[in-house]
Structures are given as C-alpha cells and as structure tokens.
Design a binder for this molecule. Structure first.
Ligand code: ADP
Ligand code: MG
Length: 693
C-alpha cells in the first residue's frame, strides 16, 4: 500500500552534505531528508517589501533602502563604522564594530544600499547593528523576496544561510514524492486537514500574505495538520506497545471472594463508592486472558492502597503470586507493613525486597519468591532485578507511577514474562494527572479514577507567608503542639544532593530545638538508617514526638492522623503535585488542619500564581491542570517521562484540543499495521522504546 518513494532518504543525499555537516544535522535530530522537511522554522523574516525608514519603531525588523548621507569611523568606547542612511521619510544609523577597509570604502557617502536588520534605539537615533546589506544601483526598482524568509532552529557550526539552502534542496525532493500523505482520505476530509506536502511547503516558504501572527502561535492550519499527525504518531507508538503486550497471553484470574471478602470485612471502614467501582474495573480486567494495563488515578488520600491490595488478592485467590512495587524504600516499607498487617492474618506470606535487604535475609526472600512460598512480594525496583525469579507471578502493582517512565514499564513487563504468560499490570499514580496528559502519555493504559475521598476528611487550610515572618510561624507551631496536636516541618533545597538536603534539615532541627525547648522534636531524612527512620516515624505516630522535621522524604507514605499542622519551607522550589502530595500528610484526622507555605521573598510572578493555586484549591485534579498550564508537561510528568513527550511541532497545551480526535483516529489506524508503523517511523524514528518491544 505504501509506495517505495516514501522510504527515508539519508540526508547525505543532499548536495554539499558530507560527514561533518551530517553530524551537525544529527545533533538537531535530522538524519533523513524527511526529517529536514519536518524541521520547521521558529519564525519568519519579512523581506517581501521595503519599509519607509520613518515608519520604523524599535524592535521592527525589515528591509530598508536609502542613500548614505554620512559615513564615519568613531572612536568611542569601541571603534565603530557609522553610516547614516536616509530615504526621504527619515534616517537611521548603521553601526559596524567589525569592518574591513574595503567595506568602509564601499559604504561611502552617496551610495545607495539595501539593508535588512532590526531597528534598535541608539544614543542619538534608531540604529541597525551589523545589518545584512548590499550596495545597489543608484536608480531603478529594488528586488524583494516573494516569500517570507524562514528562521530555523540551529546548532553550533550551522548558519541560517546553510540550512535554508539545504531545505530548498529538500523541497525539490518533496516534489518527487518522498513524503507520502499517510492519513486516510476520509479522515482528512472529515476534519478538513490540508494536504501534507502543501503544508510542509507552505511552512518553509510562506507566501507574502501569510498570517504571520497565527503562524507564530502555531495555529495555522498547515501547522495544525502536522501537529495532529505528530500527536497521532506518538499515540500510535504507545498503542503499539500495548498491542505487543496484549499479544502475549495472561493468566485468567477469577475473583472468588475467598480472600477479598474477609479482607474487606477486616477493614475498619467501608469502601467508598469510587473505590468499589474502580476495584470492579480492575477485577474484571484480570478475568480476561489478556494482560491488564490499567492506570488508577486518585487524589492523595483517596484510598488507592486498598484497591491495590484487592488486585493482589485476586492473584492469590487463584494460587498465583502478586508483586507490589513502590519507588522509594520508605513507601515500599510502608506498603510492606500495611500488606503484612492486612494479609498475614488471612494466612498470606509476604516477602520484602529492597536495596537494603542484604546477605542471608535477601537470599531467603529470593528463595521464598522463587519457590512460591511467598505469595506476595513487596519492594522497590529491587523486585525486578535480574536475580529475582518468581514462581508464578500473575499481577504486578506499581505504586506512584509518576516517578517511573515508560521504559521502566517495559522492562518491568519483560521481567514479569513467565513462560507463555505476562502478568497483569496495575499502575497507581501518586497524584492526579491532567486529562490531556493521560490521553497522550498514557495512551497505552486504560484509566480508572477514584474521584471521591473517604468521608470525614476536613480540607486543609493553606496559608502563604514570607519567611520574614518565621517567628510567627514558630509561635503557631508552639501553640498547636501545646494543645496536644502534632506538626511537620518540611525542609526543601534546590540541590539534587541528598546529603545537602539532610544537612539543611539537621540545621533546621537544631535551631528549632533551641527556639522551642519545650517540644519533643524528631528529625527524619533519607540518610538515616532504615531502623532509625522507622523508629522515629513510630515515635511520631505514637505521639512521643510533637514536631517532626523532615526532608521531602515524607512526601509519600506517612499516615499520622493527629498531625494537623505542616510548615513547608521554600515551597516555591517544589512542583505543585509534590506540594499537594506533601500537604496530603495532614488533614487525615477529624481536627481542622493547616498547611503553612513559608516562601522566600521575592517570589516571581509565576511563583506567586503557583502558591495561590495551592491556597485556593485542595482538588488534586485542578492543581495538576494548573501545574501543567504554568510549568508544562515535562515538569508535571517528571523528567523521566519527558523522553516520550518531546515533540517537534506539537505542543500539548496549545494542541490539547486535537487530542480527542487523535484518539479516535488512532483507534482506526491501529487496525492497519503498515500505516501505523509508517507513521511511527516518520515521527519517532526507531526509538529505543520501540526497538525493545
Ligand atoms: P492514597 O490514595 O493516597 O494512596 P491511602 O491508600 O494511603 O491513600 O489511604 C489513605 C488513608 O485513608 C489510609 O489511612 C487508609 O487506611 C484510609 N482509607 C482508605 N480507604 C478508606 C475508606 N473507604 N474510608 C476511610 N478511610 C479509608
Ligand atoms: Mg498511596
């Protein structure tokens, strides 16, 4: 169906592209002529008309034509050649810091020149610094371009002139049909998408009349056409991963109720409607012989852990194993404690595996996992290292998926491969993800949302205060604790270094101990030994400590209902999702809770907006949307995910309105493997993720 002409053509086929230039182009991700054709200009210059000098405003860029009224070398702070150019409507100064004698001579008084440059305010009048120029005939009309001039993203050692020349050559290849329109006709017609080659040509050489503003915003139909196709290709690449997984069979797990019913009965609370609904969706997936690929989203405290437990239990009910993986040791340990407490009374044996489980204990846990004695294994990614062999793994639950990228998702599955069958996968996010991101970054997963909090939660009151008022904040901690409540004091630091973070927390704890001698103050950070950490957490939980100073390690996991005050230092350094996650540590009991965001002044405009969002909302979904709006998808998904989210043309925010259509189109195209592959190849090349599938 696809013609041979649509094959990728190496960029070295262009005249003048040797090894050295090819390497530079590769740095821009350009390996084929097709890639170059999809390398779109950042903006355009207008050289299609001559601007009257008198009309120029600072910042205007364009062509002027005039006579040189004066040409002098000045010796101010820097030697410069200054030419005064007039055209009858006004005058402007050209300033050259670098010039040869020949240049000086050619720019003599009385000569007529054409210049292109940007007008900037100078000491006396508007100036153009180092404009492009050409001395032209004294009389006669002036030649101008008939298309806008593209300005491309560059890399070191590559000039605009060079790349423009290459693109011009590439457009010749475009005429030979090397970029085939892959979108089915009906789809193109339905959404009135312009033709592909036309769109590409238009964007490299827009006509004089093109709406430049629209193009700068990326909203021109030609750009939207390409953005649509790019989003579609990304979407398809994820669907392809999904297809590959689902080609492998999965164990069929019946929900017998043998363990789940006593488990639910043992809980000190009733499941919420939302928990029930999502648990049902998960349970149904696992009764099919196709691997489940489901994402569970829910706000902090919505009770995702119980849903995870129910998924694991369904495997156990069928005599198979389950694994529960968390991204940090603290969180994994908390799960281990929870799951053991829940399931051991029901006769389930739980194994524990993390980096710090070593020596004999590790060997024993590995053996219990391998021989099936342990029905459930809880741990960090240590669970999926080479040495770990499962007896009959049927379900994998990954908590706080946020921190794992799609690559981990893949390796995880490889790990789980067990003879003929692939385990079911349940992925839980730490915090909600905006819908548009779910639609694009998690297109390979079905999505369930726990959209209800357990009853009896009181929303946390959030206050934003400058750290100049630290004394007031400390007084507040004192009074809360004197009333028998407990508080967290969270230290943040820009540095990635955990050592520095811990040091900062130590210093803070020390100074708080001095200021608040009557309080029992504990300190936890990532560098403490697990046993120490556990002991401090346990004493805080047992109310033997009033105040817990901590780094962001407590972001996830800790559950102390009596803690009703949280101070976060320098909240402006954290993402909104992380702040929301931290704040979720309070407001777990029935007393009114407070979160004090103690920022370091001055805040940027964006910083102010972000903290205002935290003050005004406790809805994780809304906060996530806001975070996306303010900081973009890379920040919201975490850097690990961004590899998947780098687009050449599309912009998830700008083009979010295309996503529902992308999703529908992808569902159709998924049925046409050759087309699907061609689209993926065009936009994503042979990315590592796909090679591994
Ligand atoms: P998250 O969704 O943030 O992972 P957890 O699963 O840790 O939330 O649950 C938060 C707290 O709420 C835990 O103490 C848990 O025992 C409790 N919880 C979970 N479900 C319910 C419920 N239906 N009713 C009351 N409390 C619940
Ligand atoms: Mg959780």
């Amino acid at each position: 169906m696809l013609s041979v002409s649509a094959k990728p053509v190496p960029i070295t086929e262009l005249k003048g592209v040797g090894t050295a230039l090819a390497l530079k182009l590769e740095r821009l991700g350009l390996e084929t002529i097709q890639d170059l054709l999809l390398h779109l200009p950042l903006r355009y210059q207008d050289r299609t008309r001559v601007l009257p000098i008198g009309s120029l405003r600072p910042g205007d860029e364009g062509v002027i034509v005039g006579h040189i009224a004066a040409s002098d070398i000045t010796y101010g702070r820097r030697k410069a050649l200054m030419c005064r150019v007039q055209d009858g409507t006004g005058s402007i100064t050209l300033r050259f810091f670098h010039f040869s004698a020949a240049q000086k001579n050619s720019l003599a008084q009385g000569k007529r020149i054409r210049c292109f440059g940007e007008a900037r305010p100078g000491p006396a009048s508007l100036e153009m610094v180092h404009p492009e120029y050409k001395v032209i005939a004294d009389e006669g009309s002036v030649r101008v371009d008939d298309a806008l001039t593209p300005v491309y993203p560059l890399t070191e050692g590559l000039t605009q002139g060079r790349i423009r020349g290459l693109v011009e050559q590439a457009l010749g290849w475009l005429d030979k049909g090397i970029v085939e329109d892959l979108l089915p006709d009906n789809l193109r017609q339905q959404w009135q998408l312009p033709e592909l080659t036309e769109s590409i040509r238009y964007l490299h050489q827009p006509p004089v009349a093109a709406d430049q503003e629209q193009m700068l915003e990326g909203k021109h139909p030609a750009q939207q056409r390409l953005a649509f196709e790019e989003l579609l290709a990304h979407h398809l690449s994820l669907l392809k991963i999904r297809q590959k997984v689902q080609e492998q069979g999965a164990p069929l797990l019946k929900a017998t109720g043998k363990l789940s019913l006593p488990f639910i009965a043992s809980l000190p609370f009733e499941l919420t409607q939302a928990q029930r609904r999502v648990a049902r969706e998960v349970a149904r997936d696992m009764t099919l012989p196709v691997p489940m690929l489901r994402l569970v989203q829910g706000d902090v405290g919505s009770g995702k852990t119980v849903v995870a437990a129910l998924a694991a239990i369904q495997a156990l009910e069928n005599g198979a194993q389950a694994a529960v993986m968390a991204p940090t040791e603290i969180l994994a340990e908390q799960h281990y404690n929870n799951f053991s407490a829940w399931l051991e009374p029901l006769g389930v044996s739980v194994a524990w595996l993390a980096g710090k489980v070593k020596g004999k204990q590790r060997a024993r846990e590995l053996e219990r996992i391998a021989n099936g004695e342990a029905q459930l294994a809880v741990g960090t990614h240590a669970l999926f290292q080479e040495e770990v062999r499962f007896h009959n793994l049927a379900v994998v639950v990954v908590d706080e998926q946020h921190r794992f990228g799609v690559h981990q998702r893949l390796s995880l599955r490889e790990k789980g491969c067990n003879g003929e069958q692939t385990p079911h996968q349940l992925i839980m996010t730490a915090t909600p993800i905006p819908r548009t991101l779910t639609m694009s970054a998690y297109a390979d997963l079905d999505c369930s949302i726990i959209d209800e909090l357990p009853p009896g939660r009181t929303p946390v009151n959030t206050v934003v205060i400058a750290d100049g008022r630290r004394d007031e904040v400390i007084a507040r901690v004192r009074s809360a604790c004197s009333e028998g409540r407990q508080a967290y004091w969270v230290c943040t630091l820009i540095e990635e270094s955990e050592a520095l973070q811990c040091q900062a927390a130590e210093v803070t704890a020390e100074s708080l101990r001095e200021t608040l001698p009557e309080l029992r103050i504990g300190l936890v950070h990532g560098r403490l030994k697990a046993a120490e950490k556990a002991q401090i957490m346990a004493s805080f939980k047992a109310a033997e400590l009033d105040l817990l100073v901590a780094t962001t390690v407590i972001e996830v996991g800790v559950d102390v209902p009596n803690a009703s005050l949280m101070i976060i230092e320098n909240p402006e350094r954290l993402g909104l999702a992380q702040l929301h996650q931290l704040r979720g540590r309070v407001g777990r009991g029935s007393v009114e809770s407070f979160c004090v965001l103690m920022y370091h002044a001055p805040l940027s405009q964006q910083g102010r907006e972000r903290l205002a969002v935290m003050r005004e909302s406790t809805d994780g979904f809304r906060i996530a949307e806001k975070d996306l709006e303010l900081r973009g998808p890379g920040e919201v998904l975490g850097t690990r995910q961004t590899g998947m989210m780098q687009f050449r043309i599309a912009d998830l925010q700008r083009d979010a309105h295309l996503l529902p259509r992308v999703k529908r189109a992808a569902a159709d195209i998924e049925q046409a493997p050759a087309l699907m592959d061609a689209l993926i190849r065009r936009w994503l090349g042979q990315g590592e993720a796909y090679a591994r599938v």
